[in-house]
Design a protein around this ligand. Structure first.
Ligand code: NAD
Length: 487
C-alpha cells in the first residue's frame, strides 16, 4: 500500500484501529490502484473520539489565546516545511496535479493556522455596557466539541479551514474526512500534536454517510460544520436542528460568471477557465454558468477553444500536468452522464466531451469540455456537475443577465468581468451570492470571508467572521446596588 497510514483514526494523540468498522479503500484516481485500506469508525470509536475531545477541550479553553495561537502558528510552520510531502499525499488522495497541490492545498491550510493563530489574542474580546449605576459585560466563549465533516475536493484545506478558527476560539474538534479522501486529515492531526496541541483537541475519525450521523447526533457535540452537497446539507442541518445544535453549511453551487461587452476578453477567459477547470472542475464556487454578451461571443469561444485544447491533461505527479483525473470512478460516470445530457438537450459542443485518448490506464479522466448555446432550462445549466464542464450562455442586457444569473436555488458565488467600475458594483450588489469577484475568479485568501447564501448554505469560513461561528456570547449583568423586588 503506497500511502497506508499507521491506523484509520487519530484519537487522543495516537493512531487507533478498530477492524470491526466497514472497510474503506483509498483509490489513487490516476490509476485506480488501491493505495490504503482503512475502516469506518464504529459507534465505540465515535464515542471514544468525542469523549477525548470533551476532556481535552476544558484544558485547551483554559489556556490564554496567545498560547493557543502559538500552537497554531507552529503548526503552520511545520506544514510549510513539509509542503512537498503533504502536497504529494494530497495528489495521491485526490488525483489533483502536483502543480496545483504544491501551491493551493497545504499552503492554504498553513495560512489558516497562521491567520487564526495570529488574530485570536485580540479577536475574542467582549464589550462593556454601561447601564447607569449597573453595568454589563459580554464574553465570547467556545461552544465545546465541534464536529467537522469534509468533502473530497480539498481534504487538507477543509480540515484546516474548520480546525483553525474552531481551535483558536478554544473548542475541540472531531473531524471526519470524506470516505473518498481519508488520508490528508490524519497528517494534519499528527502535525498539530507535534506543534504542541494537547492530546484530544483535534481527533480524526474515518467514515461514510452512515458514520456522519453518529457524529452529528452525538449528545456531546455542540456544533457541526459541514462541507458537502446540498442534499447532505439538508440532512445534516435537519439532524442538528432536532437537537438545536449550531451549524455551518458550506454546500454546492451553480454560480454565474457574467462577461460584459466591455470586458478584457483574455482576462475573462482566464477567469472562466480558472472557475471551471481548476481541480478538474471539482470546486464548489466554480462559475459554471458563463454568461457572455452576444457581441463578444464569437471571439470569446474561439480563444477559449484554443486555450482549452492546450491544457495538459495527464499524470498528476508530473510537474507539467495541468489537469488530472476526477476523484473517483463514480464521479466520472456522473460527469459523463451530464455531458451526454448536454449533447442530447441541444447544447453545442465546442471542445472535449469525452475521455481523453492521451492518457492510458484506469484513471478517471474526462476531457476539459465547453458547451455553447446553453439555455437556462438545460440540465447542465441547472445542476451542479462538479467536473470540467463549462456552459456558455448568451445575453443581451444587464438586467437580463442579472435576472437569469439569480434564477437558481444556489447562491454560493458569482463573478463579473467589465471595464466599467460603476457597472461592476451595481451588478454585484444585485447578484444573490455569498462570495463575489470582480475581474477575477475563485481567489479565496484567508483574510476574506467565504460562504454561501440561499441553498448553498450559511455561516462563513475564513476571516475574523469565522470566529463568530465557533463561539457564542455570554452576557453578564452586574448589579452594583441592593437588589429590590416589588413583593
Ligand atoms: P457529500 O455531500 O456527498 O459528502 C460530504 C461529507 O458528508 C462526506 O464526508 C460524507 O461522508 C458526509 N455525509 C454524507 N451523508 C451524511 C449524513 N447524512 N450525515 C453526516 N455526514 C454525511 O459531498 P462530496 O461529494 O464529498 O463533495 C462534493 C460536494 O461538496 C459538492 O456539492 C460541492 O459543491 C460541495 N463543496 C462545497 C464547498 C463549500 O465550501 N461551499 C467546498 C467543497 C465542496
Amino acid at each position: 500500500m503506497r500511502a497506508q497510514p499507521k491506523a484509520s483514526h487519530f484519537i487522543d494523540g495516537e493512531y487507533v484501529e478498530d477492524d470491526a468498522g466497514t472497510l474503506i479503500e483509498s483509490i489513487y484516481p490516476a490509476t485506480g490502484e488501491v493505495i490504503a485500506r482503512l475502516h469506518a469508525a464504529t459507534p465505540a470509536i465515535v464515542d471514544k473520539a468525542v469523549a477525548s475531545a470533551r476532556r481535552a477541550q476544558k484544558q485547551w479553553a483554559a489556556m490564554s489565546p496567545t498560547a493557543r495561537g502559538r500552537v497554531l502558528k507552529r503548526a503552520a510552520d511545520i506544514m510549510r516545511d513539509r509542503n512537498r510531502a503533504l502536497s504529494e499525499l494530497e495528489t495521491l488522495d485526490t488525483g489533483k496535479p502536483i502543480q496545483e497541490t504544491i501551491v493551493a492545498d497545504p499552503t492554504s491550510g498553513a495560512d489558516s493556522f497562521e491567520f487564526f493563530g495570529g488574530i485570536v489574542a485580540t479577536a475574542l474580546n467582549g464589550s462593556q455596557i454601561p447601564l447607569g449605576g449597573d453595568w454589563a459585560y459580554t464574553k465570547r466563549v467556545p461552544l465545546g466539541v465541534v464536529a467537522g465533516i469534509g468533502a473530497w475536493n480539498y481534504p487538507q484545506q477543509i480540515a484546516c479551514w474548520k480546525a483553525a478558527p474552531a481551535l483558536a476560539a478554544g473548542n475541540a474538534m472531531v473531524f471526519k474526512p470524506s470516505e473518498t479522501t481519508p488520508l490528508g486529515a490524519l497528517k494534519i492531526a499528527e502535525i498539530l500534536i507535534e506543534a504542541g496541541l494537547p492530546k484530544g483537541v483535534f481527533n480524526v475519525i474515518q467514515g461514510d454517510r452512515d458514520t456522519g450521523p453518529l457524529l452529528v447526533g452525538h449528545p456531546d457535540v455542540a456544533k457541526v460544520s459541514l462541507t458537502g452537497s446540498v442534499p447532505t446539507g439538508r440532512k445534516v442541518a435537519g439532524a442538528a436542528a432536532s437537537q438545536l445544535k449550531h451549524v455551518t453549511m458550506e454546500l454546492g453551487g451553480k454560480s454565474p460568471l457574467i462577461v460584459f461587452e466591455d470586458a478584457d476578453i483574455d482576462g475573462a477567459i482566464s477567469g472562466a477557465m480558472l472557475g471551471n477547470f481548476y481541480s478538474t472542475g471539482q470546486v464548489c464556487s466554480n462559475g459554471t454558468r458563463v454568461f457572455v454578451h452576444r457581441s463578444r461571443k464569437e471571439t470569446f469561444l474561439a480563444r477559449l477553444k484554443d486555450r482549452t485544447e492546450a491544457i495538459v491533461v495527464g499524470d498528476p505527479q508530473d510537474e507539467r500536468t495541468q489537469m488530472g483525473p476526477l476523484v473517483s470512478f463514480a464521479q466520472r460516470e456522473k460527469v459523463l452522464g451530464y455531458i451526454d445530457k448536454g449533447k442530447a438537450e441541444g447544447a453545442t459542443l465546442v471542445t472535449g466531451g469525452g475521455i481523453p485518448n492521451t492518457v492510458s490506464g484506469e484513471g478517471f479522466y474526462v476531457q476539459p469540455t465547453v458547451f455553447a448555446d446553453v439555455t437556462d432550462e438545460m440540465t447542465i445549466a441547472r445542476e451542479e456537475i462538479f467536473g470540467p464542464v463549462m456552459c456558455v450562455l448568451d445575453f443581451d442586457t444587464e438586467e437580463e443577465a442579472i435576472a437569469r444569473a439569480n434564477a437558481t436555488e444556489f447562491g454560493l458565488s458569482a463573478g463579473v468581468f467589465t471595464a466599467d467600475i460603476s457597472r461592476a458594483h451595481r451588478v454585484v450588489d444585485q447578484l444573490e451570492a455569498g462570495t463575489l469577484w470582480i475581474n477575477t475568479y475563485n481567489l479565496c485568501p484567508v483574510e476574506m470571508p467565504f460562504g454561501g447564501s440561499k441553498q448553498s448554505g450559511f455561516g462563513r469560513e475564513n476571516s475574523a467572521a469565522a470566529l463568530e461561528h465557533y463561539t457564542e456570547l455570554k452576557t453578564v449583568y452586574v448589579g452594583m446596588g441592593k437588589c429590590e423586588a416589588p413583593y
